[in-house]
Design a protein around this ligand. Structure first.
Ligand code: UDP
Ligand code: MN
Length: 292
């Protein structure tokens, strides 16, 4: 157990972390009903870890009305962002570079100016323990990308909402595009001093642990993997693409070469939350609607 002295120091330095901080938020994004499944599990995983910040999900008009109701049971705010109807400069950015659609949607998190600081998490991430300490970091903090560590991975980042920054980001998108066609390339070229300027803005890898690459340095995974706080299911196969047997708690592809043991254990946590907390929400909403 931790020494008493360090406990006292922690509560002396940041007593505020024990209660709700209403001007800070965890933010995610889901542009369709499929990614909403990820957002729901992510939101629930944050609630399971003594949530002290607001939970916000950005959605686009494609998200169905059923999913909006389900999302509203897990998130404090479900905010629709509409690229086409928004301010003119957004419209222009979108028309000039339609391939950046989802990317520009992610950038909308900077418009959440009712919050002083936020942590963005991709809808394909899963929180395994409380991560409130991320709010002690400044903009722009992120963890290295496993594929190119001089770039950050944009699946988890700390930012400060600001209409000015939002405008500059969109301007950057129209002027320079994105070297990978997505938000990560754009954000890396915008926050280009990340790799050299301030080590405090490098989040430890345990805040954005790629589920499918961790094993490539397996002694490190053995040493540090158990401290993982946020798992990121990056790449083309997402947790909702696997099949899960709720009776046995196992994945159908377990033991195959496609799924490593580490991956399987994280996928099982994801599916456990989905079956234990999210599917029952659908059932209770259906019951309510039948009796209405
Ligand atoms: N996203 C979305 N709809 C899409 C694709 C992406 O809402 O069709 C959002 C979602 O929050 C997702 C994030 O954008 O987690 C980044 O995409 P993804 O996680 O698929 O990229 P990867 O992390 O695999 O590079
Ligand atoms: Mn992702």
């Amino acid at each position: 157990h931790p020494p008493v002295a360090s406990d006292q120091t922690a509560s002396f330095v940041s007593p505020v972390f024990k209660k709700t901080v209403s001007d800070q938020a965890f933010v995610t994004l889901a542009t369709n009903d499929v990614y909403c499944q990820g957002a729901l599990v992510l939101g629930q995983s944050l609630r399971n870890q003594r949530l002290t910040r607001k939970l916000v999900v950005l959605i686009t008009p494609h998200v169905s009305s059923l999913l909006r109701v389900v999302l509203s049971r897990v998130f404090d705010e479900v905010i629709e962002v509409n690229l086409i109807d928004s301010a003119d400069y957004i419209h222009l950015a979108f028309l000039n570079r339609p391939e950046l659609g989802v990317t520009l949607t992610k950038l909308h998190c900077w418009t959440l100016t009712r919050y002083s600081k936020c942590v963005f998490l991709d809808a394909d991430t899963l929180v395994l323990s409380n991560i409130d300490e991320l709010f002690e970091r400044g903009e722009f903090s992120a963890a290295p990308d496993p594929g190119w560590p001089d770039c950050f991975n944009s699946g988890v980042f700390v930012f400060q909402p600001s209409l000015e920054t939002h405008g500059l980001l969109l301007q950057h998108a129209t002027d320079h595009g994105s070297f990978d066609g997505a938000d990560q390339g754009l954000l890396n070229s915008f926050f280009s001093s990340w790799s050299t300027a301030d080590i405090h803005k490098h989040l430890p890898f345990i805040y954005n642990l790629s589920s499918n690459t961790a094993y490539t340095y397996s002694p490190a995974f053995k040493q540090f993997g158990s401290s993982a706080k946020v798992v990121h299911f990056l790449g083309s196969r997402k947790p909702w693409n696997y099949k899960y047997n709720p009776q046995t708690g196992s994945l159908l592809e377990e033991g195959s070469e496609l799924v490593t043991q580490h991956q399987a254990s994280f996928l099982k946590v994801w599916w456990g939350i989905y079956h234990g907390s999210i599917l029952p929400l659908y059932e209770s909403i259906r019951d309510e609607q039948e009796h209405a």
